[in-house]
Unconditional design. Structure first.
Length: 569
């Protein structure tokens, strides 16, 4: 089997070798900061309740008022290569979470933050803030809270008033540095001109902690413990997740009102981060109140993409337009940059679209046929049949042979009819795979995992009630506010969403849908999708009923290859 990630097929040894190579020699190039830029460390800023938070400020050499790029997080703004013993040290995450291509940033760059040298060299002041309880800031952090947003508001207000500021502020950053932008943007602080949340969840429950009601049981523990070590944090995020199976007031309080955001947005919607940020990023683009918003998609490594040349220049054009009033044509840029993948981490094509999902997709309804294990477009439907599997180790598979070269794009909505035997609840895991010549073709995934599937979905049977306000036929959203166990012999209809993607299939390739009671990936550090994990079903039998009067189908959006003029990168 090939070891080439762009071929999309990995052996276990190839995955282990990628991990070990990165652990001993991370694929990161750290460059020195030039002497003509100014760095001010630990600048104190007092927020409204008297707490002192601290920021690092990086400025161009020439005096004057510059627009500001700001980020804020609890990870420690001073954890940068320049402040390590060697002057080139890297964070632990860079060794554990491998990337498919080299990353380059300066010695002043902290974890997942914009590179100060790049932005200061392009006429911006960069402010990197320790949020309350983090790094050198005072107080105790309450993560993803209203308090955090108020502190961020005060930081923006402070930056607007500085002599080196033009009064226009933009927010940028990855993951938590994206998440922290939402609540403050919804408060409309004066001077905030644009935001760029680069991969950030918007709903802690639905996007990450309990997708489909199924508890995340891997990264949530690691992230909660590590954050508690790096910052003074109130309570344990993981303890709260374990104690709260339903989406109660605690989760609601952590959810930003993205409909209240009005500033221009450039959001990154990653097809590779299905386990963490993908859903939230696409929901932001779908529901944010901003009249001017753009979506940049990719299925690359998270940090390889963010610090890469194309994404960096795209963000520069965006901020130049809104923070500098540059006449660079950004206002005429189509709303969606869509990257389509045939295998691995390199796109087969990049198109510019007017909407997400694209308006010209053909929506196909593929009926599940348990008698033959197939998915198919049949006008007459299929006869009633049942496919059974035992939880947690069994699986039921349904295969569609692709009839022509096509791109499958967007979220996928799955409708199934479930009967449980021996239990009244079950955690279901749905995986969509691309099969070529009998072997799975894989893609870049969450946490530096290079052998991911096309898409995936989760659903707890007892959490099947839909949220009628948020749901659409393409994107069913569940309430998760109470459990409804299935009665013995009851056949319950379930609709669930699989994460967005854009995947190229050739005629004769197969799209295989696997439904099981266990998360299909190993947690093995060398060749698994470490540290991801999910609470699997403990036992019982799941009977999937198809055909007859029941609606059991997979709804997908397709477009023939060549039907859309593409713009290559």
């Amino acid at each position: 089997m090939t070891n080439d990630p762009n071929d999309g097929r990995w052996s276990r040894w190839a995955l282990a070798r990628r991990f070990l190579r990165n652990a001993f020699s991370p694929n990161v190039i750290v460059t020195p900061a030039p002497s003509d830029l100014t760095a001010e460390w630990n600048v104190p800023v007092r927020v409204r309740d008297g707490t002192m938070v601290r920021v690092n400020v990086f400025r161009p050499a020439a005096p004057g008022g510059y627009p500001v790029i700001m980020s804020a997080h609890p990870y420690g703004k001073d954890q940068i290569p320049a402040k390590t013993r060697s002057g080139r040290g890297l964070p632990f995450q860079a060794r554990v979470l491998s990337q498919p291509r080299p990353i380059r940033y300066s010695e002043w760059t902290s974890w997942e933050a914009p590179d100060p040298v790049f932005w200061a060299s392009n006429g911006y002041v960069v402010v990197n803030a320790d949020l309350r309880g983090g790094g050198t800031s005072e107080g105790t952090a309450e993560l993803i809270s209203d308090q955090e947003a108020e502190d961020y508001y005060d930081l923006i207000k402070w930056a607007v008033a500085q002599p080196w500021s033009s009064g226009r502020i933009g927010l940028d950053g990855v993951s938590y540095l994206a998440i922290s932008q939402y609540k403050v943007a919804a408060l409309h602080p004066p001077g905030l001109a644009a935001i760029c949340p680069w991969e950030g969840l918007t709903d802690l429950y639905r996007d990450f902690a309990r997708p489909g009601g199924v508890r995340e049981d891997g990264f949530s523990k690691l992230w909660s413990n590590n954050t508690a070590r790096e910052a003074r944090v109130s309570g344990s995020l993981n303890d709260e997740i374990v104690a709260r199976p339903e989406r109660d007031g605690w989760y609601v309080a952590a959810t930003p009102r993205i409909e209240d955001i009005a500033v221009p947005i450039l959001v990154c919607g990653s097809f590779s981060d299905h386990l963490l940020h993908t859903r939230g990023s696409f929901e932001l683009f779908r529901r944010a109140g901003s009249e001017q918003k753009w979506l940049y998609t990719h299925r690359d490594g998270k940090w390889a993409a963010y610090y890469g040349e194309e994404a960096t220049r795209t963000r520069l054009r965006f901020f130049d337009y809104f923070l500098k009033s540059a006449d660079n044509g950004w206002g005429e840029e189509p709303p969606v940059r869509l990257a389509i993948y045939e295998a691995g981490a390199e796109p087969a094509a990049v198109t510019r679209e007017d909407a997400w999902p694209p308006c010209d997709l053909r929506w196909r309804s593929l009926n599940l046929d348990a008698a033959h294990g197939t998915l198919g477009e049949t006008e007459q439907g299929v006869a009633e049949a049942v496919a059974s599997f035992d939880a947690p180790n069994g699986v039921a598979s349904f295969v569609w042979t692709v009839p022509e070269d096509m791109d499958v794009i967007g979220p996928m909505a799955l409708s199934i009819a479930v009967e449980l035997v021996g239990v009244d609840d079950l955690n279901l895991f749905v995986t969509a795979r691309k099969i070529v010549a009998g072997r799975e073709v894989t893609f870049e995934g969450s946490y530096g995992y290079g052998a991911d599937s096309v898409s995936k979905g989760w659903q707890r049977v007892a959490h099947r009630m839909l949220d009628s306000d948020l749901s659409t036929p393409l994107e069913p959203v569940h309430r998760h506010d109470r459990a409804e166990p299935a009665a013995p012999g009851e056949i319950v209809p379930i609709v669930l969403s699989l994460r967005p993607h854009a995947t190229r299939f050739r005629r004769g390739d197969r799209l295989r849908l696997d439904i099981s009671g266990r998360w299909p990936r190993s947690r093995n550090l060398l060749f698994g999708q470490f540290p991801a994990g999910y609470q699997h079903s403990e036992g019982g039998t799941c009977r999937l009923h198809t055909g007859g009067s029941m609606i059991t189908r997979l709804l997908i959006g397709t477009r023939s290859v060549g039907s859309q003029a593409v713009q290559r990168r």
